[in-house]
Design a protein around this ligand. Structure first.
Ligand code: CP
Length: 303
C-alpha cells in the first residue's frame, strides 16, 4: 500500500509497525535531536481544503524533522477559487516533482478518489465525516503510552459521532487492537449503522464513564450540521458535557482525551481539559512522532 487513506484499509500489523517506528522517532525527539536526514530526497505537498491547526502543523513538523522538502497549499488562497478541479490542482503540484500528498478535504472519499487519479502517495489528513487515520493512530498510541496496551481497554467516544471522522477512524483502530468500544451521545448524533461495527451505544454519560478506562470527548461539529439537530448546546452540555464535579463523582482514574479543537464549557470544562487526567496535549505531542512514522514508512516504498 502506497497510501494511508483510512484505518479501514490497514491491519493490526500495520498499526504495530507504525507504533514501533513512532517509538523510535519519539525517542530521537526526546534526545533533543530535532532533525534526522532520512528523507532528504523526498518532496511532500500539504494540501488543505479545510481549516486545521494541529494536523497541518504536525505534518509539517514531522516532514521537516525527516528532512523532506515541504510545500504548503491552502485552497482559500489558490486557483481553486477560480474553478480549478481537485485533479488539475494536484497534477499541477505533482508536475513540480512532488512525491507525496497530505490532503484534508471536506468531501468524504476525496483521498480515495485522488489516489486513483494521480501518481503519488496520498495521506488522508481528514476527509469530511469519513476518516482521520493519523488522529486515530495518535489517539491509540497515547492510550498505549498511558495504559501499556490498547487490548482489553474500555473506550467510550462521547459526542457528535454522526459528523465525526475522528470517531470512525478511532472505532476501526480500537477494534483492530482488541479494545471494547462504546459511543455515547444524543440519539440524533449517533448513526444507525454504528452497532454493525462492533460498537456499543450508551445514551447515559454517567453509565458510560462508570464503564470506561478512557473517555474521548468530541466537539459538536456545528459546521457540518445542515438541519437543526436536537439538543441545543445548553441541553447538550447538561447531558453530555464533562466537568470536574461529574468526574469526581465517578471516582475513577479515567483518562480524558480530546482531538481538538476544544469548545471549552460545551463538551468539556477547563478544569477537566487542563487536569492531570487529561492527555490532550500528550495526544498533540504524539501526533508528530506518529506522522513521522507514517511518512517514513510510506516514503520507504517510494525510494
Ligand atoms: N484534531 C484535528 O484534526 O485538529 P485540527 O483540525 O486543528 O487539525
Amino acid at each position: 500500500v502506497n497510501h494511508l487513506l483510512g484505518i479501514k484499509y490497514i491491519n493490526k500489523q500495520d498499526i504495530d509497525l507504525i507504533f514501533e517506528t513512532a517509538d523510535h522517532f519519539k525517542e530521537v525527539i526526546n534526545r533533543s535531536i530535532k532533525k534526522v536526514p532520512t528523507l532528504r530526497d523526498i518532496t511532500i505537498a500539504n494540501i488543505f481544503f479545510e481549516n486545521s491547526t494541529r494536523t497541518r502543523l504536525s505534518f509539517e513538523l514531522a516532514e521537516k524533522r525527516l528532512s523532506a522538502d515541504v510545500v504548503n497549499f491552502s485552497a482559500g488562497q489558490s486557483s481553486v477559487k477560480k474553478g480549478e478541479t481537485l485533479i488539475d490542482t494536484v497534477n499541477n503540484i505533482l508536475s513540480m516533482k512532488v512525491d507525496m500528498v497530505v490532503m484534508r478535504h471536506p468531501n468524504p472519499g476525496a483521498g480515495i478518489f485522488l489516489s486513483k487519479h494521480v501518481n503519488a502517495s496520498i495521506i488522508n489528513a481528514g476527509d469530511g465525516a469519513h476518516e482521520h487515520p493519523t488522529q486515530a493512530l495518535l489517539d491509540s498510541y497515547s492510550i498505549r503510552e498511558k495504559l501499556g496496551d490498547v487490548k482489553g481497554k474500555n473506550v467510550v467516544i462521547v459526542g457528535d459521532i454522526l459528523h465525526s471522522r475522528v470517531a470512525l477512524s478511532n472505532i476501526f483502530a480500537l477494534r483492530l487492537q482488541g479494545a471494547n468500544v462504546k459511543v455515547c451521545g444524543p440519539k440524533t448524533l449517533i448513526p444507525k449503522y454504528i452497532e454493525s461495527l462492533g460498537v456499543g451505544v450508551e445514551t447515559n454519560l454517567v453509565k458510560a464513564l462508570e464503564w470506561c478506562h478512557v473517555a474521548n470527548m468530541l466537539r459538536v461539529q456545528n459546521e457540518r450540521m445542515d438541519i437543526s439537530y436536537f439538543p441545543s448546546t445548553r441541553e447538550y452540555t447538561q447531558q453530555f458535557g464533562i466537568n470536574k464535579k461529574l468526574l469526581d463523582s465517578i471516582n475513577k482514574d479515567i483518562i480524558i482525551m480530546h482531538p481538538g479543537p476544544i469548545n471549552r464549557g460545551v463538551e468539556i470544562t477547563s478544569d477537566v481539559a487542563d487536569s492531570d487526567q487529561s492527555v490532550i496535549l500528550n495526544q498533540v505531542e504524539n501526533g508528530v512522532a506518529i506522522r513521522m512514522a507514517v511518512i517514513y514508512l510510506l516514503a520507504s516504498k517510494i525510494k
